[in-house]
Design a protein around this ligand. Structure first.
Ligand SMILES: [Zn+2]
Ligand SMILES: [Zn+2]
Length: 346
């Protein structure tokens, strides 16, 4: 498709981003062009906006930002056979290589050379986005566009929560950012028992309760450990879903986990963290899991089924909606932390 479009572009190697008019991306033989209906701001986009150390080492401006979206296909490449114009789709933001050991053995989520939409190539904070057909996920047409745009973080949450037993188990969700909030909703939907949720932000603890947390606890104010022990007969929780990446939260989580329990780690610490391996892991006989991305495509099928079941309602995670042009308002909210998901509409 010829022409130009509006896009949010990381124009220079410095903090900030600009609304620009740029050419509509061209479509390679195995790509599809999608007209974006809704696109949501992720923590990754905030890192790039702020131009932190990680962004400086990874992103080459100018770059159209954004990787979470839903929209309609408007054009398909010459070699694309199973997708058509009009299909309502989203995309797995990690474009995996398909040929490495991991990709060839069903572990594409830990592909050795994947690239990320809006990070390594132009993203979806725009009116149109081109993505490889192999990364496209066909949505249920009944899913609202804003909800369909947040399947990346929802998929993270599903992958984390369902990486072990959870039905009838007590669960501590450590950190109630967007992925933590989604994890609360997932744990509730699949039948966890008492769900504890922590955060440092009152607004997010309010959302945690809305999404199904039985015991929201403010880290730094409430005695998280004492509350967990009181409500689990001194046993500790069966499962911890660590979403914060904060060292003190990790320490509390490991102490609050019962002997033989499971901790799944998705939150990324910004520097190495000290852990008491002997007392907190080995002698307790716990299982520690590193979680990254979404299982391709297992997590997406599970997600579709959970959304279609009607038991999983993640709409309350979305707290703010803006036009694409108003993206600065979205970033400011994200910086403040007093929001759930912020969705932009081109
Ligand atoms: Zn994301
Ligand atoms: Zn690979």
């Amino acid at each position: 498709m010829q022409g130009t479009m509006k896009a949010i572009v990381k124009t220079t190697a410095a903090p900030g981003a600009e609304l620009r008019t740029v050419p509509i991306p061209s479509v390679g033989p195995r790509d599809v062009l999608i007209k974006v209906k809704a696109t949501s701001i992720c923590g990754t986009d905030l890192h790039i906006y702020n131009w932190d150390q990680w962004s400086q080492s990874r992103v080459n401006p100018p770059r159209v930002m954004g990787h979470e979206f839903s929209g309609d296909i408007v054009e398909v490449g010459r070699d694309v056979v199973d997708l058509s114009p009009g299909d309502f789709v989203s995309a797995e933001s990690h474009a995996v290589c398909g040929t490495c050991y991991q990709c060839r053995t069903g572990q594409g989520h830990v592909c050795r050379s994947y690239s990320i939409l809006g990070v390594d190539h132009d993203g979806c904070f725009a009116e149109y986005v081109a993505v490889p057909a192999a990364s496209v996920w066909r949505n249920d047409p009944a899913t609202p566009p804003d909800v369909a745009s947040i399947q990346d973080p929802l998929g993270n949450a599903i992958h984390t929560a369902l990486s072990g037993e959870i039905i009838g188990r007590t669960v501590l969700v450590s950190g109630s950012g967007v992925i933590g909030l989604c994890a609360i909703a997932v744990a509730k939907a699949v039948g966890a028992s008492t769900i504890f949720a922590t955060d440092v932000n009152d607004y997010r603890l309010g959302l945690a309760r809305k999404l199904g947390a039985d015991v929201p606890l403010k880290a730094g104010r409430d005695d998280v450990l004492a509350e967990v022990m009181k409500r689990t007969d001194g046993l500790g929780v069966d499962v911890v879903l660590e979403m914060s990446g904060a060292a003190p939260a990790l320490k509390t989580s490991l102490t609050a986990l019962r002997n033989g329990g499971r901790i799944s780690l998705l939150g990324v610490p910004s520097r190495p963290v000290e852990v008491d391996l002997a007392n907190d892991i080995i002698f307790k006989g716990i299982t520690v899991q590193g979680i990254t991305g979404r299982r391709i495509w297992d997590t997406w099928y599970t997600m579709r089924a959970l959304l279609a079941s009607g038991r999983l309602d993640i709409a309350p995670v979305i707290t703010h909606r803006f036009k694409l042009d108003e993206f600065q308002k979205g970033y400011a909210l994200m910086q403040s932390g007093s929001c759930g998901k912020v969705v932009l509409f081109p």
